[in-house]
Design a protein around this ligand. Sequence first.
Ligand code: MRU
Length: 357
Amino acid sequence: MEYETVDLDEESGSVVILDQTKLPGKAEIIKLHTATEIWDAIYLLKVRGAPAIGVAAAFGIYVLARQIAEKNPDFNSFYKEFKEQKEYLDSARPTAVNLSWALNRMDEVCSKAHADGKNTAQIVEILGREAREIKAEDIRVCRAIGENGLSLLKPGDGILTHCNAGQLAACKYGTATAPIYLGQERGYHFHVFADETRPLLQGARLTAYELYSSGIDVTLICDNMSAMVMKNGWVNAVFVGCDRVAANGDVANKIGTSVVAAVAKQYGVPFYVCAPTSTIDLNTPTGNEIKIEERPSKEVTEMWYKEPMAPEGIKVFNPAFDVTSHELITAIITEHGIARAPFWESLAEHGSACYNK
Ligand code: MRU
């Protein structure tokens, strides 16, 4: 893919994103300057996927810090507004822990720089460096996940994935797609099945788009076809991403992930979750405590096309994520290696990068 998912334009002081709501038809790059523009871009899924949301928030709070510092050279008034904007951005989406992880990390850097005697202008500069480091780190982490995931695969394997945990959900490689991209570099010739992922079609619009345009053998299937392709023996492993991993190994990911995990168990297909440690939340004991985002009913009744596909006034339930029980998960792949049950122990060893208080 030739576009950056999220970037920073220092000159204009803006967050630059590829607007994912326009894909696959149009690759439109947009610049975000204000807090509302950044919040809307995250909420409306112009930038989405747990790691990409984290990077967008880090760039976002840096861009806002620049604006705040211009009006407030005094640290106390700067920090008061910085905190307000941080809380505002954090409210855009509740499930992916990377959002609060990145914002809390920026906050800690800000407080430390102040404690070290830096002035507001210097603090803003340090925040810029930290935001750029969060992006660079994401690329290194995804590559390491790719190496670890690839060790579980062999040339010619069939892989099924759900939603988009690809380059578009991160900064390069993606998480669940990282082993696929690294395998392609090494001539593994994987056959990938991409679930369309209703209601917002991240699998069809985004995963199919990015894998296909990278020359990977990808077949698009509707969500209700995964059982058939697994029963047919076409899938050697399922790889998915995640939005939050609880301390016991329960995993929140795009709605429908738990169905795929149950079907994989039925057909003896290993089910792997790719998780940067920024997505591991050891402060959340189990999946029951993960807040699941509910989104507008129109996403279901209009699918993606802004045309009614259900009777007007119908009752709708539209959770954006579900929790897959740790019992259905073969392993959780992080940048540090492969965590297996009991996840209480193995995840604690891999460590959480979580800054949640
Ligand atoms: O609602 P979305 O599109 O942000 O949901 C994205 C997912 O569920 C991804 O699988 C998850 O964030 C992992 S991305 C590496």
